[in-house]
Design a protein around this ligand. Structure first.
Ligand code: NAD
Length: 495
């Protein structure tokens, strides 16, 4: 049984009285006990980050980037280890876990270019003999609070840039799959990061609240469900912090009558059931426009029935859900959809998984003829349940997306460039795919949704991430100017 402890100031802290079990969702077996921080332990993690900040902030960009490059090399060489941890605690299949690590690694690679990203500007002789330049400086200790569904990638959206810019970090990962964070902390140490610059604080609301209210934490990057994102945003901003809080999602995919239906069916299956639907960019509602529905549903059903569900370490297509409680919640939504009169085309409740023990499985599930007042359409299910809603027109489909409270990701499948261009312009969603079902932006663009999918105004990574983890300073300089003008109490004017 693993004891998963806090990592503070470069070493593990002995487990205290508060712990929670960690489970392998494919077998149902408890594999570890994770520490749940007390307020004192939270304060200790912040104190370590605060003590390490002055020296790390003043470490040259050349030295900071050496550490980042070393981290990137170690991560690249050993990512299989991290992927295995993800599969064992989250349940996603190994291939998918490797994909998660690779997408996180792209942000590390982006952050290796931090000297260029931090370059300020310089204006010579802005006023007579007066020069002006700008710099961007680190904020201080920052908190990153992450969800269960991407235990490696989501923290890596933030910490490579935060650290590269000279901040120190306290990461509070999900208590459901906490080991990836410790693996990453040890890797930082091996890469040469000084102790205290990157800390991992495990826990629940106590740990989160300590970080949100602590005066030494200068910024909070949060990813999780919408109610908690809103709470984090409101609490941390009330305590004077800069906050980006990414929330939940209900992503729609439109299929127009001219689309390639095989491509659309492949995409719907991949985006609906990948990672058992536990992705904030999963497609959950498919809007079939006009006459395509019968043929499209047939193609999706055929592909869905061919998927193999089971233990993610056995080469299956789809793994379990993260906990027994979440499995029951997802199964409850399927019950509700059936009771409400949607057509249950493929029923995941009857799946026989390829796994030992008592894992938390629901197979891929397909509903047709879903109405927009049903809970399977309205709620974020966060499971392998794909709902087909039949609509008459593009306008009707667009209206459904734009009136949805979430606005994380969306996609359109069509061969009509004009229709795609119109959709891209009109849709009120942060990340848009044209014949791409999971349009997760590259590290050098920024990731983020609109409406209830993001509280705050800065998206993750890319140049928005650099802006979030730094603050600007403008310096106006005059050297050796004999004509300074003497006493003049008027407001400075340029000449
Ligand atoms: P969650 O909101 O339950 O937990 C997220 C984090 O908040 C965890 O670290 C958890 O310990 C902490 N937390 C939970 N309850 C809390 C409370 N009452 N007070 C303070 N902290 C609390 O989310 P989850 O179930 O881990 O993750 C799934 C959710 O995350 C989904 O809604 C999904 O859409 C969303 N998500 C969004 C994005 C995005 O980019 N928008 C990405 C990934 C996941």
């Amino acid at each position: 049984m693993d004891s998963i402890k806090h990592w503070i100031n470069g070493s593990y802290v002995p487990a205290g009285a508060r712990t929670a079990p960690v489970t392998n969702p494919a077998t149902g077996k408890v594999t570890g006990q994770v520490s749940l921080a007390t307020e004192d332990e939270g304060n200790a993690a912040v104190a370590a980050a605060a003590a390490a900040f002055p020296a790390w902030r003043d470490t040259s960009l050349a030295r900071r980037t050496q550490v980042l490059f070393a981290f990137r090399e170690l991560l690249n060489a050993r990512k299989g280890e991290l992927a295995a941890i993800l599969t064992a605690e989250h349940g996603k299949v190994l291939d998918d876990a490797l994909g998660e690590v690779s997408r996180g690694q792209e942000v590390v690679e982006f952050a290796c270019g931090i000297p260029h990203l931090l370059k300020g500007s310089f204006t010579e002789n802005a006023s007579t003999n007066v020069d002006v330049h700008s710099v961007r400086q680190a904020l201080g200790p920052v908190a990153i609070i992450s969800p269960f569904n991407f235990p490696a990638m989501v923290p890596m959206w933030f910490f490579p840039i935060a650290l590269a810019a000279g901040n120190t970090v306290v990461l509070k990962p999900s208590e459901k799959d906490p080991s990836a964070a410790n693996w990453l902390a040890e890797l930082w140490k091996e890469a040469g990061l000084p102790d205290g610059v990157f800390n991992v604080l495990h826990g629940d609301k106590v740990a989160v609240d300590t970080l949100l209210t602590h005066p030494d934490i200068k910024a909070v990057s949060f990813v999780g469900s919408t109610p908690i994102a809103k709470y984090v945003y409101e609490t941390a901003t009330a305590h004077g912090k800069r906050v980006q809080a990414l929330g939940g999602a209900k992503n729609h995919m439109i299929v127009l009558p001219d689309a390639d239906l095989d491509l659309a069916a492949d995409a719907a299956v991949n985006a609906g059931f990948g990672s058992a639907g536990e992705r904030c960019m999963a497609i959950s509602a498919l809007l079939a426009v006009g006459p395509v529905a019968d043929e499209l549903v047939g193609k999706i059903a055929e592909r869905t029935n061919a998927l193999r569900t089971g233990d993610g370490s056995r080469g299956c297509d789809m793994g379990p859900l993260v906990t027994a409680a979440h499995r029951d919640k997802v199964a409850g939504y399927i019950d509700a959809g059936e009771a409400a009169g949607a057509t249950l085309v493929v029923d995941g409740r009857t799946v026989t998984p390829d796994a030992e023990g008592d894992g938390f499985f629901v197979g891929p599930t397909l509903f047709d003829n879903v109405d927009t007042d049903m809970s399977i359409y309205r709620d974020e299910i966060f499971g392998p349940v794909l709902s087909v809603v039949r609509v008459d027109s593009y306008e009707q489909a667009l209206h459904l997306i734009n009136s949805n409270p979430y606005g994380n990701g969306t996609a359109i499948f069509t061969n009509d460039g004009g229709a795609a261009r119109r959709f891209e312009n009109e849709v009120e969603v942060g990340m848009v795919g044209i014949n791409v079902p999971v349009p997760v932006p590259m590290a050098y663009y920024s990731f983020g949704g609109w409406k209830n999918s993001l509280f705050g105004d800065t998206h993750a990574h890319g140049t928005e991430g650099v802006g979030f983890f730094t603050r600007g300073k403008v310096v106006t300089t005059r050297w050796l100017d004999p004509s300074h003008g003497g006493i003049n109490l008027g407001f400075p004017q340029n000449a």
